[in-house]
Design a protein around this ligand. Structure first.
Ligand code: NDP
Length: 322
């Protein structure tokens, strides 16, 4: 069986890092892949260049690469869709302008997914504001179950794991049950309160968590821009691969990961908001891990990040874009 994978923003930084890993089998294992790349017309030439490089890599699993500037064509038959391209905030841009610009991208893409993708399509939104872009896309795809639209918080999750592994001087493979709650923004709530080391609970110093761990995870993107002179791309691509792989396959037994998906009211999050939760992947679906006892700081943080998600949803609604 061959998988059809559509990637938007294919000529961007993240796209460049992502496509080669998908083609190599890092996302789907030994499954042949058909890649369909979507770009804005002015970036189609660059995407064609990436397609040439993909051909030159002679990946045994890569069956075809096609480049489009039309969403209907790009999503034709898509089983996995990674929506990376988005309108970045530029100097002087109002929040409403940003939301409107992105609704103009993610609304039509949601409609194109609705009308042209495979019945089993699974969508990951990476382009920011990712949670609200996923909400907009889902709203324009009434025939696709809403839970097939997700947004990426896996990079924040992985950043958290990396910080914890360094602190505890262990490999990340010995850690489990890290969580990112809420919006993929500065209000996100990195939560190591349920962390296990080798399957056993491990107590962390509360002051370290509040004063060092949380700010480091939340501000990691800015720190990378400062160090690298460009935003993180390979780690974002790697997290997107992790998200899709764990969705299609299953998460490791006893562990969970973080992903933003439409709330069904879990943990008091209003229904329909695309919010990051601890989730397990099983049988091709995400399930929110319910019933966790949350420390007061996490509960307060979750309430605040939900306020931000509601404000984004309300702003989009007020603009008539939902
Ligand atoms: P990147 O490939 O670096 O980033 C793409 C998107 O991912 C941005 O919205 C970015 O948000 C977001 N993102 C999420 N997590 C991260 C992270 N950890 N680090 C960095 N970015 C993250 O952007 P480029 O400008 O290099 O490329 C974007 C491409 O998308 C361009 O080629 C453009 O033409 C294309 N595009 C395609 C569209 C389409 O296919 N219809 C529509 C719009 C754009 P943030 O801006 O906050 O960094």
């Amino acid at each position: 069986m061959t998988a059809t994978v559509t990637v938007t923003g294919a000529a961007g930084q993240i796209g460049y890092a992502l496509l080669f890993r998908i083609a190599s089998g890092a996302m789907l294992g030994e499954v042949p892949v058909r890649l369909r790349l979507l770009e804005v017309p002015q970036a189609v030439g660059a995407a064609e260049g990436t397609a040439m490089e993909l051909a030159d890599a002679a990946f045994p699993l890569l069956e075809s690469v096609d480049v489009f500037d039309d969403a209907d064509a790009a999503f034709e038959g898509a089983q996995l869709a990674l929506l990376v391209g988005a309108r970045p905030r530029t100097a002087g841009m109002e929040r409403a302008d940003l939301l409107t610009a992105n609704a103009g991208i993610f609304g039509p893409q949601g409609r194109a997914i609705n009308d042209h993708a495979s019945d089993d399509v699974r969508v990951l939104v990476v382009g920011n504001p990712a949670n609200t872009n996923a909400l907009i896309a889902a709203a324009h795809a009434p025939d696709v179950p809403a839970e097939r639209f997700t947004a990426m918080t896996r990079l924040d999750h992985n950043r958290g794991l990396a910080q914890l592994a360094t602190r505890l001087d262990v490999g990340v493979d010995r850690l489990s049950r890290m969580t990112i709650w809420g919006n993929h923004s500065s209000t996100q709530v990195p939560d190591p309160s349920q962390l296990l080391l080798d399957g056993e609970p491990i107590a962390l110093d509360d002051a370290w968590v509040a004063e060092e761990f949380v700010p480091t995870v939340v501000n990691r993107g800015a720190a990378i821009i400062a160090a690298r002179g460009a935003s993180s791309a390979a780690s974002a691509a790697s997290a997107a691969i992790d998200h899709m792989r764990d969705w299609v396959e299953d998460t490791a037994p006893g562990d969970w990961v973080s992903a933003a998906l439409p709330s069904r009211g879990e943990y008091g999050v209003p229904e329909g908001l695309v919010c990051s939760f601890p989730v397990t992947g099983a049988d091709g679906a995400w399930r929110v891990v319910e019933g966790l006892e949350l420390p007061p700081a996490v509960r307060a943080g979750l309430a605040a990040t939900v306020v931000e998600l509601e404000a984004e949803r309300d702003a989009v609604r007020a603009l008539g874009l939902l």
